[in-house]
Design a protein around this ligand. Structure first.
Ligand SMILES: Nc1ncnc2c1ncn2[C@@H]1O[C@H](COP(=O)(O)OP(=O)(O)OP(=O)(O)O)[C@@H](O)[C@H]1O
Ligand SMILES: [Mg+2]
Length: 292
């Protein structure tokens, strides 16, 4: 299973975002990281959510006071000081989040380059080059505040998990508008490179309907692999593990592994010109916005 995929020529930085809560951002961040690492890549996960769920799943220390993404953003520590080896694999690393991050949205407001603090700490510092990371995955909180903006200015790619549920597209129009705005004003390279359908339940018509609708709206940017709803996926973090180590042969583990392979092998997905920079036509974006 190891070394099946070529590594990217340049590091790929991906923000996992959706301001809707509980759609599978964290689950996807850590399990895609694990899937990419199984393929031989060196992966860094940056936990930008004060809940610290990605840190838990990756088995890294994140009690209050641990050097974390909070110190990084505030400028009290370097990435080198904050990074920890994950228990999920030799080539998985994590900059954890602690509850201290909860106050950062406000503290950041008065700091210089407040929208670029993460960019500066990760990219401008030379940290990524020194370590030779192939992928950097940033797990966002369920909001569109300064933490998420910092995540969006630090990367080129956005991955949006969408849960196969009622109101799956709720808020997605707003998310697209924010991405457009950030692209216009703060980071011209930003684009959606993947949409991942999560918690797919093959027994319900609804899941199928949502999947069809999302594919109709977004086209090829949606990964072919869908993540099934599986109890093993939700159990794994309780053991400080990803589902790939917790239950490697479970449907959830196999799906995340396949999603990581698909994501890696198709490379950075650039939407075709006619659909616009964010992967959907302006009409679709408008329509989603009005459905909100
Ligand atoms: N494929 C799945 N099968 C079953 N449960 C899942 C699956 N994916 C995620 N879950 C569960 O759903 C809940 C929400 O997932 P997760 O924490 O990844 O979402 P999130 O978008 O990061 O949430 P938040 O917005 O709070 O950060 C968790 O309890 C998680 O264990
Ligand atoms: Mg989360």
């Amino acid at each position: 299973m190891v070394d099946q995929l070529p590594k990217p020529d340049v590091p790929r930085l991906i923000t996992v975002a959706n301001q809707k809560g509980g759609v599978g951002k964290t689950t996807s961040s850590v399990n895609l990281a694990a899937g990419l690492a199984v393929n031989g890549a060196k992966v860094l996960v940056v936990d930008l959510d004060p809940q610290g769920n990605a840190s838990t799943a990756l088995g890294v220390a994140h009690t209050s006071g641990t050097i974390s993404s909070y110190e990084l953003l505030i400028g009290e520590a370097t990435a080198e000081q904050a990074v920890q080896q994950s228990t999920a694999g030799d080539s998985i690393f994590c900059i954890p989040a602690t509850i201290d991050l909860a106050g950062a949205e406000i503290e950041l407001v008065s700091l210089v380059r407040r929208e670029y603090r993460l960019h500066d700490a990760l990219r401008a510092s030379g940290f990524l080059d020194e370590h030779g990371f192939d992928y950097v995955i940033i797990d966002c909180p369920p909001s569109l505040g300064l933490l998420t903006i910092n995540a969006m200015t630090a990367v080129d790619e956005v991955l949006i998990p969408i849960q196969c549920e009622y109101y799956a597209l709720e808020g997605v129009g707003q998310l697209l508008n924010n991405i457009s705005m950030i692209r216009q004003h703060l980071n011209t390279n930003l684009h959606i490179s993947a949409i991942l359908l999560t918690m797919f339940d093959a027994r319900t018509k609804l899941s199928e309907q949502v999947a069809t609708e999302v594919r109709a709206h977004f086209g090829d940017v949606v990964l072919g692999t869908m993540i099934p709803r599986s109890v093993k996926v939700s159990e794994a973090p309780g053991y400080g593990q990803t589902v790939l180590t917790y239950e490697p042969l479970s449907r959830g583990a196999i799906a995340y592994f396949a999603a990581a392979q698909e994501f890696a092998s198709r490379g950075d997905y650039q939407p075709v010109e006619s659909t616009g920079p964010i992967g959907v036509s302006p009409e679709t974006a408008k329509q989603l916005e009005s459905e909100r």
